[in-house]
Design a protein around this ligand. Sequence first.
Ligand code: NAI
Length: 407
Amino acid sequence: MPTLDTGKRALLLENIHPDATTRLVKAGYEVSTESRALGEDELISAAAGVSLLGIRSSTHVTERVIGALPDLLAVGAFCIGTNQVDLAAAATRGVAVFNAPFSNTRSVVELAVAEIISLARRLPEKNHQMHNGEWDKSARGSHEVRGRTLGIVGYGNIGTQLSVIAEALGMTVYFYDIADKLAIGNARRCSTLQELLESVETVTLHVDGRAGNRGFFGNEEFAMMRPRSLFLNLSRGFVVDHVALRRHIETGHIAGAAIDVFPNEPKGRGDEFVSELRGQPNVILTPHIGGSTEEAQQDIGEFVSGKLIDFAAGGATAMSVNMPGVALPAVAGTHRLVHLHKNVPGVLAAINRVLADHGVNVEGQLLRTRDEYGYVITDIGTSYSEEVLDELRAMDVTIRLRTIEND
Ligand code: NAI
């Protein structure tokens, strides 16, 4: 029986939630942790011999890093964004990259709900007055949200979940999305942004960060909103023209706003926050904390470590950001061949020819392709020779072959 791949060392950087360590240890990994981000050289030496690497947003996993770590199987970005990882370089070497796209969805939704209610009750002003010793117990300009209209722009993970909770609060939800989306509950779809802006009292943006959304919401869009309406943006800073927003707040056309994301955000704690919106009345400003809760961090720790373990143990790439997505239930008592190759015609037939030539029977098999890569998982009986693996490795199209024992 051939020798199988067995490396079980993990390195987690940047204070990843301890639940990730617990889960990896339970799966048999020897885990080292580091509270800070590492530079290229430090990372290369700290990660030598490591098969699973966990980072957050500040560690850059460059082509040089990936090339210097031949044992590396997968990188877990314990956050949402993956710009800090050279995804193409990782794919070229068969290194799968995972992130946690939904772990903080609920946190963003809860902040949006809190802000919708706070703005409707003019809490920022009331709070400011109280801190200045002013007692103004008046109902003027304060409203319940029940029975009010909410317009959600971008009806994705966050938008749809907000839709459900807003309806539970008694709001009537309208939404606009450039893609066809199923209306959840009683939400009403608008066919244009203008229709939504003219229909609702509160507009909240939850669009994604595609390049085309730069400057998406400016003077024209604010002007279409109903007089005295409320505006929220918890999506991306570059989506909104803040100079235009300030003008509409100053004229009173917009009665309040809650902004969590900014075109230029300070790099670190202590750097000055500069914005046209500072000092405006009934405006809530938060430092990009929509998704920042302990629950979200814990969920990210659990979710990404699970993806890393499943990839290492069974080759599962479901939800990987750089590999074709494959998850094949294991056939007990077999060996698994995990083969990443160039996406050209005939590879599956070529793999199966090698197996057939050596009298090896296939017990289970699944192939998926994505862009220039193909990924096939094959379960075979345990009695085969090392030559089978040598021949598969020697195929022109092979990028990486791994062998795993199915329990
Ligand atoms: P998603 O990808 O599930 O949904 C985005 C939706 O916006 C999609 O349905 C898409 O079709 C739609 N869309 C894109 N451009 C549009 C346009 N111009 N007009 C109308 N619809 C448009 O994304 P998800 O997970 O719901 O996140 C939404 C946003 O929230 C993203 O920008 C994300 O970066 C941001 N976010 C912010 C956080 C924070 O801390 N404030 C934390 C997590 C996410």
